[in-house]
Design a protein around this ligand. Structure first.
Ligand SMILES: C[S@@+](CC[C@H](N)C(=O)[O-])C[C@H]1O[C@@H](n2cnc3c(N)ncnc32)[C@H](O)[C@@H]1O
Length: 223
């Protein structure tokens, strides 16, 4: 029934759910979570995960953190995350249907993987959410030369980046609007620094859509 409501296009290893979807092996936990898991006292901390998709990162996060709140804007993604958590008997997660540009929250660690580059006002969003966490695990595309230059204005400041065309509501991995803004790397770093966060780990990687940066930045020195 759930597959009929929202097609099950998962690339995630589904364990008990494999019979419901195409099975392609993905490592779990993903490399972007490893630094957090190895260097932070996760069992004493809460995590909020933005853009949980089908719960790929949610399950390993729940196994490490005291409590996880996982959010996604697509009802189909929320339903599949709930189903996955229930079948795997994971109890310490709240799954919330929400647009992360509008949500109220407080958390120790914000897990922000694959969502910032789907927003049209990423600088405003970053300024808001960095006030509500102590640590952020951020993985995002950064601007690349073939995108049309574009600017975002927030609180009297100008933020530069490139304009990217989104794939639309029916794509379970996409943003909400027609376009998003991929921030210039120095702009992204300056917003994070302005909130007193220090980058304690970073990795670059490239996927077919372009270059990505994975940062762990914190105001608390656990490491
Ligand atoms: C590229 S996927 C990343 C999924 C997962 N975090 C990962 O790393 O594999 C983007 C996810 O963010 C969700 N998303 C996009 N824009 C959102 C928004 N404004 N509020 C909440 N979720 C959003 C999408 O529905 C999708 O599940």
């Amino acid at each position: 029934m759930i597959s009929a409501q929202a097609p099950w296009q998962t690339l995630v290893r589904l364990e008990l759910l494999e019979m419901l979807g195409e099975h392609i092996e993905f490592p779990e936990p993903d490399f972007r979570l490893r630094y957090l898991f190895d260097h932070f006292p996760c069992d004493q901390l809460t995590a909020t995960e933005f853009g949980c998709w089908y719960g790929w990162h949610t399950v390993p996060l729940a196994r490490k953190f005291k409590h996880v709140t996982a959010m996604d804007v697509r009802p189909g993604n929320v339903a599949k995350t709930l189903l996955r958590l229930n079948l795997l008997n994971v109890k310490n997660v709240d799954v919330v249907l929400a647009n992360v540009e509008e949500v109220e929250f407080e958390t120790d660690v914000l897990v922000h993987i694959g969502v910032l580059y789907h927003l049209f006002r990423p600088a405003a969003h970053l300024h808001q959410v960095l006030n509500k966490c102590q640590t952020i695990c951020l993985d995002t595309h950064i601007n690349k030369p073939d995108l049309q230059p574009v600017t975002e204005h927030y609180n009297g400041e100008t933020y530069t980046g490139g304009l990217y065309k989104e794939y639309g509501w029916k794509d379970p991995l996409s943003g909400v609007g027609a376009h998003s803004l991929w921030l210039d790397e120095h702009v992204l770093r300056s917003v994070i620094a302005k909130h007193g966060f220090v980058v304690v780990h970073e990795e670059r990687h490239v996927v077919p859509a372009g270059p990505r940066l994975n940062l762990v930045a914190t105001r608390n020195i656990y490491v």
